[in-house]
Design a protein around this ligand. Structure first.
Ligand SMILES: *Cc1c(COP(=O)(O)O)cnc(C)c1O
Length: 394
């Protein structure tokens, strides 16, 4: 039988059956516009509010602090652009990191073109920011700190609570891109002093094209889309009712067994990591060993090309991702791997595998066996490896 092993949950996940089932009636029988006054449609307004409440509860937030968006990228764009616009009077400096998702980095580049000053913090060899460097970067004109909760490539979880405390102490707003973390690790916006937070449905077994932005009460956020009164006048347009319902179901399911599920996934993950490091020579694990998302494996394998490995894994029915951005038309290795100090040639031989709850130990054994076999094959064809082995023999 053909195998299909999906190990790219950081890229996207399948919507759970319950999610799709919850959504279906809202395409057909319950199609009403939530803004209409008759009871048939008003029911949908109530259904949406319930999802808002559910999401707010999951974060220890209030329901009016949740704004539905079309996903993580939109939430990130909105947060950054709007804070810059609304707090112009206070200053024009924002602080972020070199390892953010492109939804943040490219928004920052755009803002720089508009005259905003941006500091991109370095990270250490495990991808963690240094709190002293953050403190030192703060200026009287700093209006926003935007630092991701967990990294989408190497899984490193940043010291969010400590960052929140520094932001609070200095009177600076704190936004976090929690797209990878939300639903995998506990997040409490008050305890962590988070002012704005981005999340996305399709990264937690919900539908694509739906997400939310949390905005703490009292934080001034401008309108993203002008028009109707939806989302407290801040994001006009008839709500994506099926999407919101699906997101609500996904959040409910993700939160219900988060601890257990994360533990289970982590166990399978850790066993695979241990085997890889033990059985394949010249491999390193990227990202922090402990402060790490439970489902992330990111390794660099010397003397091979990540792209070749990916293609050969694909032939065995294994879906994973590499550390380079070749697919996006560029040959540059990932900015994250370069930021943690990997030389180009090592970064090029990188592989990211992000697990989901359906991945079993048995599957991961097959995956590790496959990587071993492919790496041996690729190295046998590598003149670099041949030279290296010869030199080491001498
Ligand atoms: C996937 C991802 C995004 C983008 O989310 P979309 O819903 O696909 O727009 C943003 N940030 C991080 C960290 C992500 O992993």
């Amino acid at each position: 039988m053909e195998r299909f092993i999906y190990l790219d949950h950081a890229a996207t996940t399948a919507a759970r059956k319950e999610v799709v089932e919850a959504m279906l009636p809202y395409f057909t029988e319950q199609f009403g516009n939530p803004s209409s006054v008759y009871g048939f449609a008003a029911k949908n307004k109530i259904a949406i509010q319930k999802v808002r409440e559910k999401i707010a509860d999951s974060l220890g937030a209030k329901k009016e602090e949740i704004y539905f968006t079309a996903g993580g990228s939109e939430s990130d764009n909105w947060a950054l652009k709007s804070i810059v616009e609304m707090y112009r009077g206070k200053g024009n400096h924002i602080i972020t990191t070199k390892v953010e998702h492109h939804a943040i980095l490219h928004t920052c580049k755009y803002l720089e073109e508009q005259g905003v000053e941006v500091t991109y913090l370095n990270v250490d060899e495990n991808g963690l920011i240094r709190l002293e460097e953050l403190r030192a970067a703060i200026r009287p004109t700093t209006i926003l700190i935007s630092i991701m909760f967990a990294n989408n490539e190497i899984g490193t979880i940043e010291p969010i609570k400590e960052i929140g405390a520094i932001a609070k102490e200095k009177g600076i707003l704190f936004h976090t891109d929690a797209v990878q973390a939300y639903g995998q690790v506990p997040i409490q916006v008050d305890e962590m002093q988070i002012d704005l937070l981005s999340a996305s449905g399709h990264k937690l077994n919900g539908p694509k094209g739906i997400g939310f932005l949390y905005v703490r009460n009292g934080v001034r956020i401008g309108s993203l889309i002008h028009g109707g009164a939806q989302e407290r006048h801040r994001r006009a347009g008839t709500e994506n009712v099926p999407g919101i319902i699906g997101l609500g179901k996904a959040v409910e399911l993700a939160v219900a067994d988060m601890e257990e599920r994360s533990e289970r996934i982590q166990k399978v993950r850790d066993k695979a990591i241990a085997r890889i490091l033990k059985e394949i020579p010249y491999v390193r694990l990227n990202g922090d060993r402990k402060k790490r998302l439970p489902n992330n494996i990111n390794i660099s394998i010397q003397f091979i090309e990540g792209e070749s490995l990916l293609i050969m894994l694909d032939m065995k029915g294994i879906c994973a991702s590499s550390g380079s951005a070749c697919t996006s038309g560029s040959l540059d290795p990932s900015h994250v791997l370069l930021a943690i100090g990997l030389p180009h040639e090592i970064a090029h031989g990188s592989l990211r595998m992000t697990l989901g709850e359906e991945n079993t130990e048995e599957e991961m054994d097959f995956v590790v066996d496959s990587i071993k076999e492919i790496v041996e094959k690729l190295r046998a064809m590598s003149p670099l490896y041949e030279d290296f082995v010869k030199q080491n023999r001498r």
